[in-house]
Design a protein around this ligand. Sequence first.
Ligand code: PLP
Length: 461
Amino acid sequence: MTINIKEICEKDRNTVLHPFTQLKDFASGKLGDPTIVETGKGIRIQDAFGNHLIDGFAGLYCVNVGYGRTEVAEAISRQAYRLAYYHSYAAHTTDQLAILSDRLVKMAPGKMSKVFYGMSGSDANETQAKLVWYYNNLRGKPTKKKIISRERGYHGCSVVSGSMTGMSFYHDHMDLPLPHIVHTGAPHHYWGANANETEREFAARRAAELDQLIEELGPDNVGAFIAEPVLGTGGITPPPEGYWEAIQAVLKKHDVLLIADEVITGFGRTGSMFGSQHYGIEPDLITVAKGLTSAYFPLSASIVGEKVYNVLEEGADRVGAFSHGYTYSGHPIGAAAANAVLDIVEKEDLPGNAKEVGAYFQKQLKEKFAQLPIVGEVRGVGLMGAIEFVGDREGKKRFDPALKVGARISKAARDRGLIARAMPHGDILGFAPPLVTTKDEVDEIVAIAESAVKSVMDELI
Ligand code: PLP
């Protein structure tokens, strides 16, 4: 298809309200033209000018099977021809939906029972909150409703999920967070630990702080704790040693449900199928999206554990039907896409690839960047990693935000053909390439990133 690039840019600028974009700078042209993405193959995308870019972030950590997988396109097409839509209200289903749900319940960690479907990670977390509230109402605990999440956690942008998100710039000017949502400290040793505090000591302190917070709020008022197994958008930060063990002990003590937000970590990114398996987490509820369909179709799921589901079923005679659902819950095309994607994840052992290529990737990142004078920390797990830049390594001080170091490095990488994301909390360059990435492709990614980092470093020192 030939497109008129100028015309597309003009239509876009005039009519699209872009997420996470400085509206005035975009409208005035100061940000330049939008990037028109036309095609994708493997780990690369191509823009309307024919420029190829390595997508070191798999879109938004979601195109795990890589671009251009015809098996998935064909599964979507087959389903669209056969039956493009039917709803899942009042016990209607499709074969693809039933097959997918059976698969998810069997493959998910912990004792899972049922799957509720949405279209995004945000709405799936919104559902989780309602499930927690519904569960505690049915148990006769009407005050046990507060949900604790973590500073720097990211759980979405809708009203409840946006409140769970623990970064103030997602709340400012949007009247969030809601009063039901409370935040506790981030599990990031590099910035959070006291002098000489080991990872284990720091993790134990974070767990003690959570314990104290629940005591202060009153255990009868706290329904759930939501967290990503690995802090994602808050800086790609694996948990400190002993963190999950200590946190889960506190939650058990106070009868507080654990929601594992596996929107990024689900389906292989850490090198295990789920982040929960990687870190010994036994969640009561699990949120998945992104990797579920590798973003070939918008689909998310709130996977409900036996403990919660049993209460819902027992209460049904008293309260009637489960009154929650969307027109598109369990969309058959989404289910067909997810089944085709999970076939690839399993057949090509993408968690195994993330483990092996991920170990190589982490080693390369450490070798090439950890000793640079502007680098404070290199961290990651599997095929997700980050480099954090600081103005003063010894004194652990950030760069002046006005220098926009993270954004400049991300732009320098982009100019060299690599998408690596400037993360929002500090000067952080984040990577989360597709799970099909090879070691040779890791070499390409790291070489471009190295050139980009050194070019900006030369401007700074
Ligand atoms: N949860 C996590 C851990 C995420 O990373 C994201 C998105 O990045 C979400 C939830 C929200 O998902 P969505 O953007 O599909 O609403």
